[in-house]
Structure formats: C-alpha cells, structure tokens
Design a protein around this ligand. Structure first.
Ligand SMILES: Nc1nc2c(c(=O)[nH]1)N[C@H]1C(S)=C(S)[C@@H](COP(=O)(O)O)O[C@H]1N2
Ligand SMILES: [Mo]
Length: 316
C-alpha cells in the first residue's frame, strides 16, 4: 500500500500572508552582488542574475537544445517552497543564499563549517549541458555551471571508511515556508555511494545559463546527478556527511516502494503508479510526441559500469 502521495496543496494553504506581502524584486548589482533573481512575475524576460566566469565542457555536454530560461526557472520541484511547479519561482525570494556555508562531517579528515567561497575557491567553473529527467516522467535540458563534485570531495579527504556521501538541504522555515507543511520528513536529504559521487559526471552546481543559480533552482549550491531521477539532485545544500552506512534519503523514507536509494533513470522499471518508458520534454508543446526514456538518462556509456553485478530491478 502506498504510504505516501504528494498531496496537491494550493499555494494559499501553504504560504503565510507575510510571504505574499513581501515579494520583492532583487536585481544583481553592478558590483556583481550574487543575489539570485527569484522574481514573482507573469513572465521572465530572459537570463538574469550575476554573471559567472566559466569554461564550457563540451565533451560532457549534450548537443540537445537547452530549455528556455523561462522553463528552467519557472517549472521547478522544490517542495520547501510549495508543491506546485510554479511555487518555487513565486516564493523562493525569501531564501537568503549569501552568506552561505556548508558543514562537513563524518568519515573525513576535513570537517566543520566551511564558507561556500572556501569550498569552491580552488576550482574553475565549467558549463555542462545536461538532461534532467524527473521521476514524474518529464525532462529538460539545462546548461549548468559548477565544479565536479569529486574535486570538492577529494579536498575534504574522506577516510577509507567513507562508503557513502549524505547531503542535507537548509531547514529554516523563516526562509522556506513550505517546511511548515509535512509533505516530507524535513530537512530534505539525499545521498550517493562514494564511487557515484566521485564519478566525473556528478556536478556541484552554482549557476545556470552563465548566471548565479536562481533561488528556485537550489541557490547557492545544489547537486546535479544527470543519470539519476531529478530528486537525487538536492538543492540548497548545507551539510555534507561521509558515512559507512547507506544514508536515509527523503523520498525513499516517504515511499520506499516508489523511490529507491539508487534512483537510476531506467525505462525498464516502472514507477508503481506510472510508466517510465517515455517522457515529456518540457516546453516542447502540447502536441509534441513523448520521447523514449534512455537507460541512465542517456549516460549509460559513462556510468553503467558503476552498477555491474547490481540487480537494477531490485535496487531501483
Ligand atoms: N531540497 C530539495 N531539493 C530538490 C527537490 C526538493 O523538493 N527539495 N526536488 C528535486 C526534484 S524532484 C527535482 S526534479 C529537481 C528539480 O530541479 P530544478 O527545479 O532545478 O529543475 O530538484 C530536486 N531537488
Ligand atoms: Mo523530480
């Protein structure tokens, strides 16, 4: 029996009046002030926010056309701001992505609170255009800007006991009104096996479309794991813990028969309530044909070897 179903909640039920009243437009200053533009509006006009300095990684990018800025920043899953796809763009302006720090714990030599700038400092930013396949059977193509997760994790010097990496999202109801609604067991938590985390495709993103991450996309720091369902790509990360045991993850805890720890994109394993064989590309138009979902979201050549010997039907 499914124990959990994401309820459909109207924004008016989850958003306190003071949030409605305090919608404001922030613009990134000329000095490069990294204020993400989470702007409640009818239509976005195009990329906005502080411009980043990066180099495109063409080798790791898909040649598919990226979704429009309006789709990428207007159609989101970020339940800390509500369960409607339009809620994050409307309400995430209350998130304060600066200053930001990340607490590192567990099986690593480098532990404790690290300012975001220090965590990222030595690493050059790259742009990578990745497909994002949501477990709800839609997809997008997004030009992320970030640093390889492996480079950051290696500098934290995981011990030989570290077999998994756990990530945790900010848990502040003052900044995230959706936390007052028990849709998930907050804070949002995710994790990877250490070899998955060290794979060169795993990215720690700080931007998209060459700009600093908009709040609704997980400012100032979010994970991007392109071969897994979107819910693995945890947003607004405040903790990184290295563990010996497989960490608990939010969606797996909420509905273990529906969302596994691995969550590798797999058209051969249906979700109990819908098929995973095809997907709808956001922005393609109402009458566009659905497209086939590819094993590992099209990244099988790079990542399938991580799972040799693992029964992907049982370990979904
Ligand atoms: N903290 C947090 N991270 C999250 C989510 C969330 O609700 N909370 N939703 C996930 C899901 S289901 C998806 S599909 C992606 C969506 O990322 P995007 O909105 O940037 O496209 O974020 C993931 N990361
Ligand atoms: Mo998702």
């Amino acid at each position: 029996m499914p124990r959990h179903r994401p309820p459909s909640i109207r924004p008016s039920e989850i958003t306190p009046p003071e949030v409605y009243a305090s919608r404001r437009r922030f613009l990134a200053g000329a000095a490069g002030l990294a204020l993400a533009a989470a702007v409640p509006r009818a239509r976005a006009e195009g990329p906005e926010g502080a411009v980043l300095d990066y180099r495109r990684n063409a080798a790791l990018s898909t040649s598919e056309t990226p979704n429009r800025w309006e789709d990428v920043t207007g159609y989101n899953n970020f339940y800390e701001f509500g369960t409607d796809k339009s809620d994050p763009a409307r309400y995430a302006s209350t998130l304060r992505p600066k200053p930001w720090s990340v607490v590192v714990g567990g099986e690593a030599e480098v532990r404790g609170r690290i300012a975001l700038e220090d965590l990222l400092k030595p690493h050059a930013l790259e742009e990578r255009i990745y497909r994002l396949r949501c477990v709800e059977a839609w997809s997008m193509v997004i030009p992320w800007v970030g640093v390889p997760l492996a480079e950051v994790l290696k500098r934290l010097k995981p011990t030989s006991r570290a077999r998994y990496v756990a990530f945790t999202t900010l848990n502040d109801p003052a900044q995230m009104p959706g936390l007052r609604v028990p849709v998930l067991d907050w804070p949002y938590a995710e994790g990877l096996r250490i070899d998955e985390a060290m794979h060169p495709l795993a990215l720690l993103a700080v931007g998209l479309y060459g700009r600093v991450l908009p709040n609704q996309n997980g400012a100032p720091l979010r994970l991007v794991v392109p071969w897994k369902y979107g819910f693995k790509s945890i947003k607004s990360i405040v903790r990184i813990d290295f563990t010996e045991r497989m960490p608990a993850t939010s969606w797996n805890r909420a509905a273990p028969e529906e969302y596994g720890f691995y969550a590798n994109v797999n058209p051969a394993v249906d979700h109990p309530r819908w098929s995973q064989k095809t997907e709808r590309r956001i922005g393609a138009g109402l009458f566009a044909p659905r497209q086939p979902t590819l094993p590992f979201n099209g990244y099988a050549e790079q990542v399938a070897s991580l799972y040799s010997g693992l029964d992907l039907r049982r370990n979904f």
